[in-house]
Design a protein around this ligand. Structure first.
Ligand code: ZN
Length: 240
């Protein structure tokens, strides 16, 4: 099955549209949560995802916008965007977000937002963490988001090995079990402002990270007009 793995869209419709144009015809879209929060288009992003055959798990920002988790742990800008989002969600979007599960097992892959240990909150950045996580999910691999940083961890006899994302040349997974973060569409944080996602061929065992340029200034202007906090739209220029 040919799948587009997307995460952390964060209400950025312009970036999500550019990514959808890039992946074109895929059999399914697998979304790893944080559809909303930060950006100006929460309802439109949910609607665009729902135009595709897809599965989706919940992220911490989806839950924050629904009032299912406290915004006390968020910084001021993130909390203020969560309140803005809560005030702008339609009933239809709310109902959709409320129905999202914390984890999904599909075609031998585990999908979560944070980690298989803590699907909502854990940030997976280190080999030592990945090493502990490999025993916590079945099958081929685990797809995670939340950090907004694309990467691959491969299970090795000694633990886990970090592989940076490879662009333009698919990685052959063969028999190795992996933990993959496709990066963020709506607010990348690895120093590259372009939207990031991954293409996965579950049958051939091929994985490719992709970067897609989009009109960042157009989104920033709309965020500013919506009254969303300045640090949130400024950071889109730097991908940090
Ligand atoms: Zn996020």
């Amino acid at each position: 099955m040919r799948v587009a793995v997307v995460s952390d869209i964060h209400s950025n419709l312009t970036a999500f549209r550019a990514v959808a144009a890039d992946f074109g015809e895929v059999e399914e879209v697998w979304c790893l949560g944080d559809l909303v929060g930060y950006g100006p288009d929460p309802n439109e992003c949910v609607a665009l995802l729902r135009e595709h055959p897809h599965v989706c798990v919940a992220g911490n920002h989806d839950w924050a916008a629904l009032g299912k988790v406290t915004t006390d742990v968020f910084n001021v800008a993130a909390a203020s965007a969560a309140w803005w989002t809560a005030a702008h969600l339609t009933e239809e979007t709310k109902e959709y977000l409320l129905g999202l599960p914390l984890e999904i097992d599909r075609e031998g892959w585990r999908l979560v937002h944070g980690s298989p240990r803590d699907p909502i909150w854990e940030y997976v950045l280190e080999e030592s963490q990945a090493e502990e996580l490999f025993s916590l999910f079945p099958g081929r691999g685990c797809l995670i988001g939340h950090t907004h940083i694309p990467h691959v961890f491969v299970e090795t006899p000694d633990g886990a090995e970090y592989l940076g994302p490879e662009y333009g040349d698919p990685l052959t997974l063969e028999e190795s079990r992996v933990i993959v973060n496709p990066g963020s569409i709506g607010q990348p944080r690895d120093g590259d402002p372009r939207a990031c996602y991954a293409l996965l061929d579950t049958t051939a065992g091929l994985l490719e990270h992709r970067r897609v340029a989009y009109d960042i200034e157009e989104v920033q202007a709309r965020m500013q007009a919506a009254g969303l906090p300045k640090p949130l739209w400024q950071r889109l220029s730097y991908g940090m």
